[in-house]
Design a protein around this ligand. Structure first.
Ligand code: ATP
Length: 448
């Protein structure tokens, strides 16, 4: 895989209305992306598939949707105010800023388990310069949370942050859900929503954005039984990734070594994916012990203990956290689905998306758009298919049939239906398959 493939995907997603640079008309805003009609649908299909797999199809999961703005005490108790930082260094001539570990990585040095001092030492030892060839400053820490004020005053007490993860909105609602539902342990709370990180250097398309979406689960377990839940959620994650069409040879488990894990985590598996830009983190599953609930209990003075039904046993649950990024998943799906082949001596690009994810399930065309009898019949078929596919059908009468097929191939539409003169005689239509390009005649009745 190559950068060329990445460039082709970026260009396709823009050309066909999936993903645009945020605020593009004003020159853009780095690290932000906007979704066009097809991108919105693809993203929704991915989040819906996740929700179905991890929430609706299980009996032990509960959904929540917490506010993005939270009391600043949340981020003090969670450690984000003090420790959610990245090492930042500066080009001493043009003052451009870089993440020190990224500068090292770009120079072939893995800084994952280095302290900031060790990173600075490595920069000196290897004579590493900024991308513009200038000397780099010593590093300092940079907090990635976007700070804001809530209300009309701007004093310390009004400080709030755009949430850098959805997880804390789950932890703060743990007690509410337990009081309302009293679920048997183990059980999980799931949330899908936006998260914000002031990344020093957003890059690799949507992979590292400043505003992105997470799908997270906090799964509450008995302290002695975390391992079985960890294994179950890991296996379920692999099943989910496979259902999105991601091939197992492109998925890798990284058992994160202790030195690289958050101090409270006893085990973390990062799932990495072979993106066109290289192998990188797709999602993480972390055993977080009782770190978060204990912190909340201490900071709020409210008990976070779980009482086992019908017994006196009480404990603060431990937590397994599968944490998915929607954009990274979408990038993996697009990278896996992107195909090029040759049809009738011409290069063809198509997206081999699983049916469940394809933004448009079916395109409908009259063979000729200036023949009212064909158009009228095609409209009837279109309306019937719209019902069948819950709206995910496109009317396409632009250009000749060959062009329509190419366009639908590029957006991953599994089938194109064409209404021609034979339809008016025997009520059959041509159905063309995206992957094989084969065409078969099917009766309208059978189709809808
Ligand atoms: P990285 O090391 O790549 O910065 P992370 O370990 O900080 O990621 P987590 O805090 O574990 O990421 O966040 C959970 C998930 O959220 C990640 O696996 C990823 O899918 C997604 N994610 C995190 N940061 C970003 C970002 N800046 N842009 C897009 N997705 C992100």
């Amino acid at each position: 895989m190559s950068d060329t493939k990445m460039d082709s995907i970026i260009s396709l997603t823009k050309r066909r209305g999936f993903i645009y640079q945020g605020s593009e008309v004003y020159g853009g805003l780095s690290g932000t992306w906007d979704y066009g009609p097809l991108g919105v649908q693809l993203k929704r299909n991915i989040t819906d598939a996740w929700w179905r797999h991890f929430v609706s199809n299980r009996d032990d999961m509960y959904g929540v949707d917490a506010a993005i703005l939270m009391n600043q005490k949340v981020w003090q108790a969670s450690g984000h105010v003090d420790t959610f930082v990245d090492p930042l260094c500066e080009d001493t001539v043009n003052h451009r800023r870089y993440r020190t570990d990224h500068i090292l990585k770009d120079n072939g040095i893995d800084a994952e388990s280095m302290t900031m001092e060790e990173m600075d030492a490595a920069i000196i030892e290897h004579g590493i310069k900024s991308p513009d060839g200038n000397p780099l400053s010593p590093s300092r820490t940079f907090n990635m949370m976007f700070k804001t004020h809530v209300g009309a005053t701007e004093d310390e007490s009004a400080i709030s942050y755009l949430r850098p993860e959805t997880a804390q909105g789950i932890f703060t609602n743990y007690k509410n859900v337990v009081d309302a539902f009293y679920p048997n342990i183990p059980f999980g709370l799931a949330q899908i929503g936006k998260a914000f990180r002031n990344e020093i250097s957003p890059r690799d398309f949507v992979f590292r954005s400043r505003e992105f979406e997470q799908m997270e689960i906090e799964y509450f377990v008995h302290p002695d039984r975390w391992e079985e839940s960890f294994e179950e959620l890991l296996a379920s994650t692999h099943k989910f990734l496979s259902s999105l069409g991601l091939r197992s040879e492109n998925i890798h488990e990284l058992d994160v070594p202790e030195a690289d894990r958050a101090h409270y985590s006893k085990k973390t598996i990062d799932i990495e994916f072979d993106y066109p830009t290289g192998k990188a983190e797709l999602l993480g599953i972390a055993y977080r012990t009782d770190f978060d609930l204990s912190n909340i209990q201490q900071a709020s003075g409210k008990s976070m203990e779980y009482r086992v039904k019908g017994s006196d046993e009480k404990f603060i649950p431990h937590v397994i956290e599968p944490s998915f990024g929607v954009e990274r998943l979408m990038m993996a799906v697009l990278s896996e689905a992107y195909r090029e082949d040759e049809v009738n001596g011409e290069r063809r690009v198509y997206l081999h998306l699983p049916e469940e994810l394809a933004p448009i399930k079916c395109a409908v065309s009259p063979l000729l758009k200036n023949k009212p009898e064909l158009v009228e019949k095609a409209r009837d078929v279109y309306r019937a298919l719209k019902q069948k596919y819950d709206g995910a059908v496109m009317w396409d009468d632009n250009g000749n049939i060959g062009k329509r097929y190419r366009r639908q191939d590029e957006i991953g539409t599994p089938r194109c239906v064409v209404i021609d003169f034979q339809t008016l005689e025997d009520d059959t239509v041509t159905v063309r398959d995206r992957d094989t390009t084969e065409q078969v005649r099917v009766s309208v009745k059978e189709l809808v």
